[in-house]
Ligand binder design. Structure first.
Ligand code: SAH
Length: 351
């Protein structure tokens, strides 16, 4: 297990009062560039702290899409492992970052490049938070060519890994982001394949902050889902429906809905029959929005649904009164779109 900065601090200064760590943590979210800039603590403590890395992630390469609206960084974390994280311009005139929660992923979804890597390890909260800190500092120190604000307004947990398979560290990350940044609960989305025991835990966990949740449904027909999401639980759909109803009863309101993500795979889950099954499923639950994701090319047997198929699918959902949208695809030219994040040894870079 990688030692967190907090654990390293406590080992160095076992008898410091608790507020000292808060002063330090606070500085992580300011423009401070290193321990030397943390003037709220003594010089001797600053010097002693230099043995703890100020940043737990180190950029290896940064790629920028031709349009300049998507930036992807390959970051080295402890024990020489690597992860990817993405910065995307959003419609709010600010940036959305897409963070990774694990090195690789154990879920093996057939259409996802990260799934092919298998799981190496989970990230600790420092390493997830530092993806935010990395982009924040990138935006202020290396502004992209065109005039643009440097503010990160949204965070999505849609990078490498299954966030709910790393529940405690993701929860810590969320609470710190909410404490130290101006990003509110409705601007953070955790996307999950649907780890039912953890979804259940969220219902009663007082420390779980109610950010937005997106469940990767991908099919409302059990056999189809099992085919494309092999880790799908038996009888996933009725169990998800039951959970979603209870979740919405407790936490749902006009501003707080659930999202179901649905990757559109040609001939697999994109037929009118699938659309009708999805509409029926969602209508049983209630306050759910559907986000169709055009399939981004990865090294696998699936093909992308055509634009007209996606349009027809969407029309069926709308006719059944669903709130459904299609996700904008960004950063395909630098393999930074959903499901394209993969770390390959010795991959050539174009930074
Ligand atoms: N493990 C989380 C996060 C995955 S990435 C989850 O399963 O939700 C975010 C979304 O992108 C998920 O809905 C995922 O299924 C989807 N995705 C994965 N590979 C994709 C691909 N090649 N094209 C489009 N979407 C993909």
């Amino acid at each position: 297990m990688i030692q967190s900065r907090r654990e390293q601090f406590d080992a160095l200064f076992p008898s410091e009062p608790a507020f000292r760590w808060n002063q330090i943590e606070d500085a992580f979210f300011t423009s401070a560039k290193g321990w030397d800039d943390v003037t709220t603590i003594s010089k001797s403590m600053r010097e002693a702290l230099t043995v703890i890395p100020w940043m737990s992630v180190e950029p290896q390469t940064i790629q920028v899409s031709l349009k300049g609206d998507t930036h992807k960084a390959l970051l080295k974390v402890a024990d020489e492992k690597e992860i990817e994280t993405v910065l995307m311009k959003n419609r709010r005139g600010a940036w959305t970052i897409c963070v990774s929660s694990q090195v690789g992923c154990a879920m093996r979804c057939g259409f996802c490049a990260t799934g092919k890597m298998g799981l190496t390890r989970s990230l600790i909260a420092d390493e997830i938070i530092d993806q935010y800190r990395f982009w924040q500092s990138y935006l202020t120190t290396q502004p992209p060519n065109h005039p643009t604000p440097s503010r990160i307004s949204n965070i999505v947990f849609m990078g490498m890994g299954e966030p709910l398979a790393n529940y405690e560290e993701v929860k810590k990350t969320l609470n710190l982001i909410l404490k130290y940044t101006d990003i509110g609960r409705t601007r953070i989305t955790v996307s999950t394949v649907g780890v039912l025991p953890r979804l259940e835990q969220i219902l009663t966990d007082r420390d779980w902050p109610h950010i937005r949740l997106a469940v990767s449904l991908h099919s409302a027909i059990e056999e189809t889902r099992k085919k494309i999401v092999p880790t799908s639980y038996d009888e996933f759909l009725p169990k998800l429906e039951d959970w979603a109803k209870r979740y919405l009863q407790t936490f749902g309101n006009r501003r707080h809905h659930l999202t179901f993500e649905y990757v559109m795979l040609k001939g697999v889950n994109d037929t009118p029959e699938h659309a009708r099954a999805l509409a029926k499923f969602v209508n049983h639950i209630g306050n759910v929005r559907v986000n169709l994701i055009p399939y981004n090319l990865t090294d696998c047997e699936f093909e992308k649904s055509s634009d007209s198929t996606i349009q027809e699918f969407l029309e069926i959902l709308h006719a059944k009164h669903l709130i459904a949208t299609t996700r904008r695809t960004m950063g395909e030219d630098i393999a930074a779109a959903c499901g394209q994040l993969i770390v390959v040894a010795n991959k050539p870079s174009i930074d």
